[in-house]
Structures are given as C-alpha cells and as structure tokens.
Design a protein around this ligand. Structure first.
Ligand code: NAP
Ligand code: HSE
Length: 419
C-alpha cells in the first residue's frame, strides 16, 4: 500500500483525492498495489466538510509524516512550496507537483536535490495533455527544432469567447475563474506569465535551458480591445496567446505573446479551455498534442498518472494491460451491436414506386432516415443518397443485403459511416 499526502486540497487537489478514490480498482491494477490518500493540507479547514481524509493546516504534518510515501504539492506559489518540496525530497519522499511557477524558478535546484528520488510534474504544462511524457520519452531520439502552441487554458477560453461571442474581458475572466481554470492570481494567466512558466519547463526538457521568466519575452492579452478583435475577424485571423520555443542555429528563442493566426490554421481551431502544442523534431517532423489545458479533473488526471508511475517503477509492467483483465467483466463488443449514423448511395431504376419500395425496407429494419436526395444518373437510372439516424451495424447490413436482392437496385449499395 502506498500512502499519499496532498498539500493543497483546492480545485486540483480535491480532484486528485476523488480520482484516487473513485478509480481505485483500475489504479491499483495499473500500479500493482493500492494507493490511498492518508492526509491533506489546506489553509481554511471549514471549506472542506465532506472530504473523508484527515486534514491539517501545516504542510510539515505531511512532509514529516513517516507513513507518507508520496507528497503531492498543489498549493501554488513559489517560495513556500519550494521549502516544502525540498524538505519532502530530503526526507526521501517522492514528490508530484502541478506547480509551474515553482518549476519556472527552482526546477534545476529541485532536480539536483531529488537525485534518484522521483520528482514528477506532468500536470504543470498543458493540464491533462501528457506533453512532458511525449517530449521526454516519445521524442527522445530527436533534436527539437520548435515547440509552439496554446499553453494557457484561461486565455484561450477568454479569447474564444471574446472572438466568437463578443464577450467582455472582465466577465469572461470571472467565468474562467469560476470554472477553476485560472490561477489564484489571474494576472499570471492574462499577463502571459503562466504560459511562460510552462514554456520554460518544456524548453528545459527539450534544450536543457536554465532561463528564468525575467529573461524571456512575455506579453499577455490584457491590451486586446474589441477593435483588435473586429480587425482580426475582418482580415481572416483569430487571436491566440502563443508560447514559442524555436531553435535557430546555436540559439534558442523563447517568447510568449498574443498573435494573429490565420483562421484556417489548425491552431486557430483550438478553442475554449483546450490547449494545443506542436513539437517539431528533426527526425519525426511535426507532432501535435491537444487536450484540456486546465480544470480540476483534467489536471488531476496527469497528477495521478505521475503517482501511478512512481508506484509501479521498478516493477515489471507489461504493455498489454498491466494486470489482465483490468476491469471485472469487461469484454469486446460484438461488431454487429456498434451504433452509428450511415450514408448510403444506391443506383436504382428511375421508375414510379421505387423510392417507396426502398424506404419501406428502411422502415422494416427500424432504420430512420434523416435526409434523402435523388440525383439523376444515366438514362432511366438515378442515384439515391440517404443519411440515416443512428442504427446498428446489424440492421444496416441486413438492409443492404435485402436491397441487393431488389431488381430495381442496380449496384451493390455503397455505405459510409457518419462520425
Ligand atoms: P486552489 O484551488 O487555489 O487550491 C490551492 C489549495 O492549497 C487550497 O486548498 C488552499 O487552501 C491550499 N493552500 C494554499 N496556500 C496554503 C498554505 N500556505 N498552507 C496550507 N494550504 C494552502 O489552486 P488549484 O487551482 O488547485 O491549483 C493548485 C496548483 O496546481 C497550482 O500550483 C496551479 O498553478 C496548479 N495547476 C492548476 C491547474 C488548474 O486548472 N486549476 C492546472 C494545472 C496546474 P485554502 O483553500 O484553504 O486556501
Ligand atoms: N491557469 C492555468 C491555465 C491552469 O489556465 O492554463 C493550467 O495550468
């Protein structure tokens, strides 16, 4: 049994406690043993009446507890968490954090102190997207030529609503705060600092660069006005806050700023709280990572993944299901039961009554038609194009088999699933 202490049981910390409890059986299967939260730390004990873990207001109650194996730091800030994480590592405890501000300033010192003790921070960049894992492991054969993308969910949420709905800056910021996306001090988000912290972490993994936020170009979105948005729309752009790391010969440029992006570019289509990051490697070419960049559950998903990874490290972990079967009673679905919408193209004789004959077969197989078009084809022939509502593979294949037997249907019907 591995015991976890959570320092900071706020938006992310609560979700971590919840995931470890509700997904306990699959997590144990993957980790190879049970993981439970022993205790947590908050400032205000009265805020969390319904949490079934013991709580204190002193982070050292967790850090110095000999029964705790993994310390999860989710309180935010820089200097206090630095002292706490340092002490936890010195006490020999593995540490998982989502705190990018901490890492932007102290990542190398903490790595040094950690030595062989696990010190993981997947959730610190792009919330639920496993971008650190991808960069550190999946792309480790490459020189990284560039990293570019949307790294702050709050700003992307705000800009999307400002562009698409004409939302006012202040109200949409308040909405992002209410949804748990924003930092405790949201000027970190809108000022571009949070994206910069993340960019520095990625740049360290990709290039080993030990820069501090003060050394790189950082601009936020506070200056964007409705005039800028109107201009962008008129000239076919959208506005995004981008983090960019680019290798240029013997130098690496690092910058965070708002940018006008062609509305047809892939990155322009990443909306709301979603983050999207492109990483170009010299051998692999361009790779893309997309997913929720903020929010309790998405971020906690990455925190818990780090915890599982620490617990199973050193153990044999087969790729094909860590413990077979992973979930009781889980089985392969019969292909015939798969449900989808369908497009069907039929070449038919163009005669009275044919359409009625064909649609009656749809009804016979309980397949509801969403749309139908007839297009003239060769002489006395027509193409019938159908879109259906959801149906099963079983019923659609039965329909097609029956259609094939009709003299009025001149070719094997052609089917494409609508996804
Ligand atoms: P949050 O909702 O403000 O929660 C912070 C928690 O830490 C609260 O339980 C707070 O207690 C506690 N805390 C703060 N200072 C403390 C102190 N001095 N002593 C004891 N407890 C203290 O923050 P969050 O959104 O969960 O974010 C936590 C961390 O995850 C931050 O580093 C953030 O940058 C990072 N992160 C957040 C997200 C996200 O989407 N929210 C995504 C990725 C990473 P009280 O509530 O009693 O004050
Ligand atoms: N405030 C951050 C954001 C949280 O909006 O992206 C995720 O790191």
């Amino acid at each position: 049994m591995t015991r976890v202490g959570v320092i900071g049981v706020g938006t992310v910390g609560r979700a971590v406690v919840d995931i470890l409890k509700k997904n306990q059986s699959i997590i144990s299967a993957r980790a190879g043993e049970t993981i439970s939260v022993k205790s947590g730390v908050v400032r205000d004990l009265s805020k969390l009446p319904d949490l079934s873990i013991s709580l204190s207001q002193n982070p050292y109650d967790v850090v110095d507890d000999p029964e705790i194996d993994i310390v999860v730091e989710l309180m935010g800030g820089v200097e206090l968490p630095f002292e706490i994480v340092k002490k936890a590592l010195q006490n020999g405890k593995a540490v998982v954090t989502a705190n990018k501000a901490l890492l932007a300033y102290h990542r190398y010192e903490l790595q040094e102190i950690a030595g062989d003790i696990p010190f993981e921070f997947e959730a610190s960049v792009a919330g639920g997207i496993p971008i650190i894992n991808a960069l550190r492991d999946g792309l480790s054969a490459n020189h990284i030529l560039s990293i570019m993308g949307i790294m702050n969910g709050t700003c992307n949420f705000m800009l999307t609503k400002m562009m698409n709905e004409g939302a006012a800056y202040e109200s949409v910021l308040a909405e992002a705060q209410a949804l748990g996306y924003a930092e405790a001090d949201p000027t970190f988000d809108v000022g571009g600092f949070d994206a910069a912290h993340k960019l520095l972490i990625l740049a360290s993994i990709a290039y080993g660069i030990d820069a501090k936020p003060e050394e790189i170009l950082i601009e936020g979105i506070e200056g964007i006005t409705p005039e800028d948005i109107a201009f962008a729309k008129e000239f076919g752009y959208t506005i995004k806050l981008l983090g960019i790391a680019k290798r240029d010969g013997g130098e690496v440029e690092l910058r965070v700023h708002a940018a006008l992006v062609d509305e047809d570019a892939m990155i322009a289509k990443i909306d709301g709280v979603m983050n999207g990051i492109s990483v170009v490697g010299d051998r692999v070419g361009e790779t893309l990572y997309y997913g929720p960049g903020a929010g309790g559950d998405a971020t906690a998903s990455a925190v818990v993944a780090n915890i599982i990874d620490i617990v199973r490290s050193g153990k044999r972990s087969p790729m094909l299901g860590f413990n077979h079967p992973l979930e009781e009673g889980l089985r392969l679905k019969d292909q015939n039961d798969i449900r989808s919408k369908y497009y069907l193209r039929l070449q038919v004789l163009d005669k009275p009554g044919i359409l009625a004959q064909i649609t009656s077969l749809f009804a016979h197989h309980f397949i509801s038609i969403e749309a139908v078009i007839q297009r003239p084809s060769e002489t006395e022939c027509a193409h019938l194009l159908f879109a259906t509502h959801e149906a099963t593979e079983r019923s659609v294949h039965a329909l097609i088999s029956e259609l094939e037997t009709l003299e009025s249907v001149l070719e094997t019907p052609y089917m494409i699933r609508i996804v």
